[in-house]
Each structure stands twice: as structure tokens, then as C-alpha cells.
Write a protein that binds this ligand. Structure first.
Ligand code: VNL
Length: 394
């Protein structure tokens, strides 16, 4: 009798011991954050990781009784690496969500893995319109180039800019910017006299800018990815293009808050359209900028940081509200459902995840570079409310 009891107790203890680690593991909600932490797009990775960590520091790492674990991987902005890392995160680490994606090719290369594994993929940076159509599991918190380009093509002809040369990075977001800016400008009675495309990797802007100088348009419209704007600005000014009467306009990627303050007074007066400025005058944004700078040695958050911060919000809220039975971890499908339709106030203003398209709907601002307290900022002077991605209705 005694012996029997002992055996039963030992068995129960053994079962409990083996069950424990499994239980502990089941209680961890894993976010695989794939970013370019090194290489040409490193500033994007640094901004998004810092924002994700800030969000966790402010909101805790326990949601709905689950412990949140952030697993950061560096894809060096090479899409083959992004896909391989995503595969490992899904198969080995069993992540609940994939997130990050600094550039369009990385997001597109990974979309099939999200579909096959039914894992939500939160795009925090990449901004080609078609990305959300590459998998029904993609949800985006950044922006799209068509979304922000159209506003500038409405503004330009009303402000003395009729003839424009476009200069874009030769890949997804650049081609979107070129197409939607041109269509709208033409509709408004303006003219794109030449469309120039520069290589995405290691671009040399000099020969293209020389050509623009010779063409002498009213303005040069530029899209380059975050991190490349300072080089464009420098060469634009070195060539005296502003003195030759050519205005520089573009999407806000070119006057990126990560670099703007170091561009010098030559950047003053540049008009861009975008969804986020560190100078956005809301109480929430002031708090966000102050907390971000405090946590990152004075680094100013840019639009990438906001995409990352809001992406974490979308993930946290999905975990909080997803339909589950008992204490189980929500499935990828349940999380995806809970991401669709979220509406909340972001540091950029009110945003909305369209349940049909899974893309972000947001206000787009016209901004001008001005000096405030000795620093350069994109100061908002007009707003177009609740802009959907125009790329989706075509
Ligand atoms: C993309 C679009 C990348 C806009 C960016 O910076 C950007 C992209 C890295 O879709 O690849 O500013």
C-alpha cells in the first residue's frame, strides 16, 4: 500500500515536472522582429527596434496573462536573409507574429511563409502598395507611396509648380511614387517632363542631378528610401540647383527626421507630403518624442519609429482581444481577425487598419522645413484626412 502510493506520487511528480516547461513555454507570446540592423538600411532597423522596446517599456511585457518575448533578427536588408530568418522563426521558435520588414523586397519574399504557416505579418516600414495583396496575413502600420504622393501633386500646381522632373529609387515604392505623382499632376494640368530612376543599392545621384539641372523644371520630385535623403539634399545644394530656380519637393522620406537636423539650412523651405513628422503638434506625439529621445541618447524618432510603435500596439491589442478558448494561445487567424479594424490614436494622428485591405488609413500632411528653437523640422501646414491607399482602388 505504502509502496503503491509512493509510485503514484512519483509518477505524478514526474508528469508535473515534464509538463512545467511546456506550460511555461506555452505562456510565452513570441514576436519575431526582422529588421535591417546593419547595412544600407540600418537606420530603419535602429528606429524600429528602439520604438518597439519603448512600447514594451511603457506597456509592460505581460498581456492577457501571456509573457511577451521580442526576438530581433538582422536581415541586413537582403530579402533572401529575411525569408530564411522568417522560416527559422516560424519553425524553430514558433513565433506567434512576424513583424518589421525594412524594405519592400524583404516583405514580398516573406509573404508566402506567412500564408503557409498562417502567421500574421505586420509590416512596420515597407511601403509599396501591393505588399498587402501578397498574403492575406499581411497587416500594415507604415504607409504607402501612392497614399502620400497624391497630396503633393494636388499642392504643386496651385503653388506655381507646373513642370516637374521625377527622380525615384528604381524599385517598388519608387515606381509607385512616380506613377501616382505623375497621374495626379497631369490630371491637375501639370506636366512631368522626365522620369528618372536611380538604382536602389549604392546610388550615385550626381549624373541624374546634372541632367535635372539641364532640363530646368520648376521642381524636382524625389522619392528615396529612408536614410538616403541627406545624400540627395547635399548634392542638390552642391550643384546650386536651388539657386538655378529648381525647387526640391518629395515624399517625407527625403526630409527624414532621422537625418533632417544634420542637413543644414539649405533644406529650409523644402515642401514634402507624409504621414508623420516629429513636430506633429499633438499631446500624444510630444510625449512620444520626449520618451523616445530620452531612451535613445537624444535620437529623434522618424516615420519608421512610428510604424514600429503602432505595429506593437496592433499586436498587443490583438492579443488582448483575440478570441480564445480558456487560457489557450490565440491562433494566427484569431490574431489576424483582432488586428483588422483597429482604430486608435497614434503619435501621427488617428489611424485605422482597414478590415478589407489590412492596410493603414491615415491623415496625410503637407509640411515645410523650418527652424524651431535652432533645429530643423518638417512643420505641418495642411492636412488631408483619412486617406486610403489609392493603389487599392485601381
Ligand atoms: C521603403 C519605402 C523603404 C519607403 C523605405 O526606407 C522607405 C520600401 C527604408 O518599401 O522599401 O522610406
Amino acid at each position: 500500500m505504502k509502496r503503491r502510493n509512493f509510485t503514484a506520487a512519483a509518477l505524478a511528480a514526474a508528469t508535473f515536472a515534464t509538463a512545467l516547461p511546456a506550460l511555461a513555454q506555452d505562456n510565452t507570446f513570441k514576436i519575431g522582429l526582422i529588421l535591417p540592423m546593419t547595412g544600407q538600411q540600418a537606420s530603419t532597423g535602429r528606429q524600429i527596434e528602439a520604438a518597439a522596446r519603448l512600447y514594451m517599456a511603457q506597456n509592460g511585457d505581460t498581456v492577457a496573462g501571456k509573457k511577451i518575448q521580442l526576438i530581433v533578427k538582422d536581415d541586413t536588408s537582403l530579402p533572401d536573409a529575411t525569408r530564411r530568418l522568417a522560416q527559422e522563426l516560424v519553425v524553430n521558435d514558433k513565433v506567434n507574429v512576424l513583424a518589421g520588414f525594412g524594405i519592400t523586397p524583404s516583405a514580398l519574399a516573406t509573404a508566402p511563409i506567412a500564408t503557409q504557416s498562417k502567421t500574421p505579418l505586420v509590416v512596420m516600414a515597407a511601403a509599396t502598395s501591393s505588399i498587402t495583396q501578397a498574403s492575406p496575413y499581411v497587416v500594415r502600420t507604415s504607409f504607402t507611396l501612392p497614399q502620400v504622393s497624391v497630396a503633393l501633386a494636388d499642392w504643386a500646381p496651385k503653388n506655381g509648380i507646373k513642370k516637374v522632373v521625377t527622380l525615384v529609387s528604381d524599385y517598388g515604392p519608387g515606381l509607385d511614387a512616380e506613377k501616382f505623382f505623375k497621374e495626379r499632376l497631369t490630371f491637375n494640368g501639370g506636366l512631368v517632363t522626365e522620369s528618372l530612376r536611380v538604382p536602389m543599392r549604392n546610388p550615385d545621384f550626381a549624373p541624374f542631378l546634372q541632367k535635372v539641372r539641364d532640363l530646368k523644371p520648376d521642381a524636382l520630385f524625389v522619392f528615396v528610401p529612408s536614410g538616403a535623403g541627406a545624400a540627395v539634399m547635399k548634392q542638390f545644394l552642391e550643384r546650386g540647383m536651388d539657386k538655378a530656380g529648381i525647387k526640391l519637393i518629395g515624399t517625407g522620406d527625403v526630409t527624414d527626421d532621422d537625418q533632417l537636423n544634420d542637413m543644414g539650412d539649405g533644406a529650409l523651405g523644402v515642401v514634402t507630403s507624409h504621414h508623420y513628422s516629429a513636430a506633429h503638434p499633438s499631446a500624444l506625439n510630444k510625449k512620444f518624442v520626449a520618451a523616445f529621445e530620452k531612451a535613445n541618447k537624444g535620437l529623434r524618432p522618424n516615420f519608421m519609429a512610428v510604424g514600429g510603435y503602432d505595429g506593437m500596439r496592433v499586436i498587443y491589442e490583438a492579443l488582448r482581444t483575440a478570441k480564445v478558448t480558456g487560457k489557450a494561445m490565440p491562433s494566427g487567424d484569431a490574431l489576424l481577425d483582432a488586428m483588422k479594424g483597429q482604430i486608435f490614436e497614434s503619435p501621427r494622428g488617428k489611424i485605422f487598419i482597414d478590415a478589407q485591405t489590412r492596410d493603414v488609413v491615415q491623415d496625410v500632411y503637407l509640411r515645410k522645413v523650418e527652424k524651431k528653437d535652432g533645429q530643423l523640422f518638417n512643420v505641418e501646414f495642411d492636412v488631408i484626412k483619412d486617406v486610403k491607399d489609392p493603389g487599392k482602388t485601381k
